[in-house]
Design a protein around this ligand. Structure first.
Ligand code: C2E
Ligand code: MG
Ligand code: MG
Length: 582
């Protein structure tokens, strides 16, 4: 039950005003009707002249605050029992009611916390309103919130906020039944800018690129920076192929126009990957991963373009997730193994070396072909672990093969784009060579044109380091990737492997014949060896042999085989075994 407040003398209340004025705070003393009895000079400065009663109450001062909230707060303050305040004998309600209010003056926003207490005076209760300017505290909190969720360089949302927004957009899309697109954008050739012109220029490119990309999107879209030169855009409501094409076209175009920085004219460009909800995936992690996979492919196959994820990227998308989960298990269980396919000298058909080809012996699916699992491993990063294992095993194996054959042999090992880009790759290579006690010259490392083209500056460094270790470099599937022949001159390459696509229709196909001739000619002039891949018939064998191809790999001269069969192939028992090998 509220007790009626004891009286305070007018003299006491003046002394209170005096004290409040001295404290320098924003203070009003009001009567119950809201009439201002006192306003500190700070209050007057902030809120203008308020001594002209009646005051349309604080609600008018603080236009944003809910009027009802304020009225209730004042009523509450008036109703709260009061208690004596030190020697002034004034009475204040024990717990002031606090209200946060926001004021706008032009562009400027000011936050106040108003504490409203009941103060008894003469025969009518009065209200004491003390305001504190909370703007700087608000600004600090807002800044901290911003820092935790945004990228410092570009000011764009970071991965954390992206993840939040994606969850929201997914929830909305589920409710509305309307799909949306995720777009990952990777700047092409950014590393070259960073390495060549220095980080400050690199940073400037990133900031400008971020601003340009942002401009191409709607306000309701989110653009986040998720890595060095990688951005992710979430486009709620954008779903049809035509809409996606429009947006990605704009994004590509804006990155292609030159960046003028510090007197440099810089050309960057971007590769873009797209995935859509709900077709490709329904969770944020997978949506981004699939868009990323599409972007990697766009980079590998020529850059400067946009690709939408397609289930054709993997042989059986519905098995992706279970296959992916099974891969981790398979590594622990040792279900991966290597088969070895002979590479023979065309002149003698004698085995010169082998290509190590990965196999996965799944307990229920049987032999899973590399075309099924390597792309998944490439996407989720497992390829680094698998590739390191393959390299080490193949290095160990070639020692045994060479010992059994009593002559030098070489081992060709496939290196995936992601492995090649990994910082640890050279270490992995050294470990494998060292562990097997090789000198490096027994190794041929097969990479694709795409791997080289992702980042030619980095590629040059790594290839030079590989060559220092005496390992030779082969271009696998030569002729199928994006190729600027200039790289053959620039990089220390020793071998070209003509892709099976150009062999399989020989000798009938004149065009394929012309391509094989051209590759062999080129290789002769550049002093490179050529391996014809996928030779299945005697006719094909003769065709390439007669045109000067010195090495052949194909079912005709040996399928990929387990190590014990390969060992036999190096000795007399091979002839009997050969027919039996699947
Ligand atoms: P690749 O490196 O071009 O390997 C040659 C592929 O052609 C092998 O397929 C081989 O079995 C197949 N092949 C060889 N001769 C013939 C032939 O006469 N006719 C036909 N039809 N095919 C032939 P495989 O073993 O299925 O491997 C496919 C691809 O998977 C490889 O292509 C390579 O890109 C990748 N791969 C295999 N093992 C590894 C590995 O350890 N690491 C990485 N990163 N990739 C690997
Ligand atoms: Mg290969
Ligand atoms: Mg190949």
């Amino acid at each position: 039950m509220p007790t009626s407040p004891p009286e305070v003398s007018a003299d006491a209340s003046h002394r209170i005003d005096h004290l409040l004025e001295a404290a320098g705070d924003i203070v009003f003393r009001l009567d119950a009707s809201g009439k201002v009895l006192f306003a500190s000079s700070r209050a007057q400065r902030l809120f203008g002249s308020v001594d002209q009663a009646p005051l349309p109450m604080l609600a008018a001062l603080a236009a944003d605050v809910d009027q009802a909230v304020l009225r209730n707060a004042i009523a509450d303050a008036g109703n709260v029992p009061t208690q004596p305040m030190a020697d002034e004998g004034a009475l204040l309600s024990p717990e002031p009611v606090r209200v946060a209010v926001r004021m706008h003056a032009g562009d400027q926003e000011t936050w106040f916390e108003l504490r409203i207490s009941a103060l008894s005076h003469a025969d009518t209760p009065q209200l004491l309103v003390v305001g504190r300017d909370m703007s700087s505290q608000h600004a600090t909190e807002a800044r901290l919130r911003h820092m935790a969720t945004h990228d410092a360089l570009t000011g764009l949302p970071n991965r954390l906020l992206l993840s939040d927004r994606m969850r929201m957009v997914i929830a909305q899309a589920r409710r509305s039944g309307q799909g949306f697109a995720i777009v990952t954008i990777g700047l092409d050739g950014f590393k070259k800018v960073n390495d060549g012109l220095g980080h400050p220029v690199g940073d400037a490119v990133l900031r400008m690129a971020a601003a340009r990309l942002r401009k191409m999107l709607r306000d309701s879209d989110t653009l986040a920076r998720v890595g060095g030169d990688e951005f992710v855009a979430v486009l709620p409501g954008t779903h049809s192929a035509a809409q996606i094409k429009l947006v990605t076209g704009r994004l590509l175009a804006t990155t292609q126009s030159p960046f003028e920085i510090d007197g440099h004219t810089i050309y960057v460009g971007a590769s873009i990957g797209v995935s859509t909800f709900p077709e490709h995936a329904e969770d944020e992690v997978r949506l981004v991963a699939l868009a990323d996979a599409a972007m990697s492919l766009a980079k590998e196959t020529g850059k400067g373009r946009a690709l939408t994820y397609s289930s054709r990227f993997n042989a059986a998308p519905e098995h992706d997730i279970s296959l992916e989960a099974a891969m981790f298990q398979a590594i622990r269980e040792g279900e991966f193994l290597l088969h070895y396919q002979p590479i023979v000298a065309a002149a003698t058909r004698q085995i010169q070396g082998f290509e190590a080809l990965m196999r996965w012996k799944h307990p229920t699916l049987g032999m899973v072909p590399p075309a099924r699992f390597i792309p998944i491993a490439e996407t989720n990063g497992l390829i680094n672990m698998l590739g390191a294992w393959a390299l080490k095993s193949a290095c160990m194996q070639i020692r045994q093969f060479a010992q059994a054959a009593g002559r030098p042999l070489y081992m060709s090992v496939n290196i995936s784009p992601r492995q090649f880009r990994s910082d640890k790759f050279l270490q992995v290579l050294d470990d494998a060579i060292g562990y097997a006690g090789l000198d490096g010259s027994e190794l041929v490392l097969e990479i694709t044109e795409g791997t080289l083209m992702i980042d030619p500056v980095h590629a040059e460094t790594i290839l030079t380091r590989m060559a220092e270790r005496r390992a030779r470099i082969a271009i696998d599937d030569f002729g199928t990737g994006y190729s600027s022949l200039a790289y053959l001159k620039r990089f220390p390459i020793s071998v070209l492997k003509i892709d099976r696509a150009f062999i399989k229709d020989l000798p009938a196909s004149e065009k394929d014949g012309a391509i094989c001739n051209a590759v062999l000619d080129l290789a002769r002039h550049l002093n490179l060896s050529v391996v014809a891949e996928g030779v299945e018939t005697e006719d094909q064998f003769h065709f390439v042999e007669q045109r000067g191809c010195r090495y052949v790999q194909g079912y005709l001269t040996g399928k990929p085989m387990p190590p014990q069969v390969a060992l036999a192939a190096l000795t007399d028992t091979y002839q009997q075994l050969r027919e039996g090998v699947a």
